[in-house]
Design a protein around this ligand. Structure first.
Ligand code: SAH
Ligand code: SF4
Length: 382
């Protein structure tokens, strides 16, 4: 009888885990650093290419381990330089990764889950429901794939990816261990060497996990606020019923003070026409945030089919921004990027599904026209 062994995927292992792995197979711990550089700095997934590793060890690794990223289903490049990858994860679902170049900065927006259980009313991922947690290898694999597409440059050189935001699909704090491991790899010099200020976790407000996060890592934090009072936030971000605003803002402040240096919380606020974009909302927001060092990022709603919401006019967006700005806040409006490849915030999975539907429709139309051709030929022949 043969026993099949599951190979260990080295892609998602942190330095500590990699050292333990080499320990467990009777090899020296320094191998961890060597192999991590091949994987993350040079994008190598073939052990035979790891030329500073002995042939005997390479053969051993081939038998028990692998370097496996998620499968790339498609890669699109927008006219504005934005890139979007659709990748398939082990559960069979697809998630998206988006790269947004802006001057010297290149931000990669990474997914943490396929779908999301939190059901925010204006989010297409939420509409899909929860499907699966990504493994650490699938989370860091998105950075690995993007980095390779720029020609795999060492972490010390000028990099295409300068920032990572956990703002793709899913709620990162509900896939805690895997997301934390992947973020360690983003920051590790043996991984991608990105500064802790440039790795940002965005959450809709899972309070106990915000407190837990500070015990593990010191990345930047973004809070998806979207409403300045509990009544409205309960409707837009249902997890607010469990962890209301006061509790939530206190936990964010605890997290920020745990960082022990001058860093500010990012507040994300998706603007929905006539829902949360009025003067009185800005007034409430100013009061709510008056003692919290933060910068505010307004995200004009990105529409998707049947959402029931609209994007406010540019005038309304400007008015809202000005009101906060006059109260002394640092406020930016997120510009929509990559619209031609459906890469804008919150458009992610809706459009994947839509595209599938489009191609199904296309196949149906093609088959129908083939049938018509046959019928036409038959008619002509008669
Ligand atoms: N689950 C996390 C991170 C992923 S969502 C969170 O909610 O923070 C990333 C950001 O995009 C969040 O602020 C989210 O509220 C916002 N977003 C979701 N759908 C959107 C849409 N259709 N238009 C604009 N922003 C949206
Ligand atoms: Fe989930 Fe974030 Fe979408 Fe809410 S906004 S449903 S938390 S992905």
């Amino acid at each position: 009888m043969t026993t099949s062994t599951v190979k260990t995927n080295l892609l998602g292992l942190t330095q500590l885990e990699m050292e333990k792995f080499f320990d467990s197979i009777g090899e020296k711990r320094f191998r961890a650093g060597q192999v991590m550089k091949w994987i993350h700095h040079l994008g190598v997934d073939d052990f035979d290419a790891m030329t500073n590793v002995s042939k005997a060890l390479r053969d051993k690794l081939k038998a028990i381990a692998e370097v496996r990223g998620p499968e790339v289903v498609s890669e699109d490049i927008s006219t504005d330089g934005t890139r979007k990858w659709v990748v398939r994860v082990a559960s069979g679902s697809c998630v998206e990764t988006v790269y947004i170049p802006q001057g010297k900065r290149g931000t990669l927006c990474v997914s943490s889950q396929a779908g999301c259980a939190l059901d925010c009313s204006f989010c297409s991922t939420g509409k899909q429901g929860f499907n699966s947690n990504l493994t650490a290898a699938e989370v860091i694999g998105q950075v690995w794939i993007a980095n390779k597409s720029f020609g795999s440059i060492p972490a010390t050189a000028d990099r295409a990816i300068t920032n990572v935001v956990m703002m793709g699909m899913g709620e990162p704090l509900l896939n805690f261990d895997n997301v934390v491991a992947a973020m360690h790899l983003m920051m590790d010099d043996l991984g991608y060497g990105i500064s802790k200020r440039r790795v940002t976790l965005s959450t809709s407000g899972v309070v106990p996990m915000i407190d837990e996060l500070s015990k593990h890592i010191d990345v930047s934090l973004a809070l998806s606020l979207h409403a300045p009072n509990d009544a409205l936030r309960n409707q837009l971000v249902p997890i607010n019923k469990k962890y209301p605003l006061k509790m939530l803002l206190e936990s964010c402040q605890r997290y920020m003070s745990s960082l022990g240096e001058k860093r500010v919380l990012t507040i994300e606020y998706t603007l929905l026409k006539d829902i949360n974009d009025k003067t009185e909302h800005a007034v409430e927001m100013i009061e709510l945030l008056k003692n919290i060092p933060c910068k505010i990022n307004l995200i004009p709603f990105n529409p998707f089919p049947h959402s029931g919401y609209e994007r406010p006019s540019n005038n309304a967006i400007r008015r809202f921004q000005d009101q906060l700005h006059h109260a002394g806040f640092n406020v930016t409006v997120r510009t929509t990027r990559g619209e031609d490849i459906d890469a804008a915030c919150g458009q992610l999975v809706g459009q994947v599904l839509d595209r599938t539907r489009r191609s199904e429709r296309y196949i149906a139309v093609r088959e129908l026209s083939a049938e018509n051709d046959i019928a036409q030929n038959a008619a002509n022949n008669n």
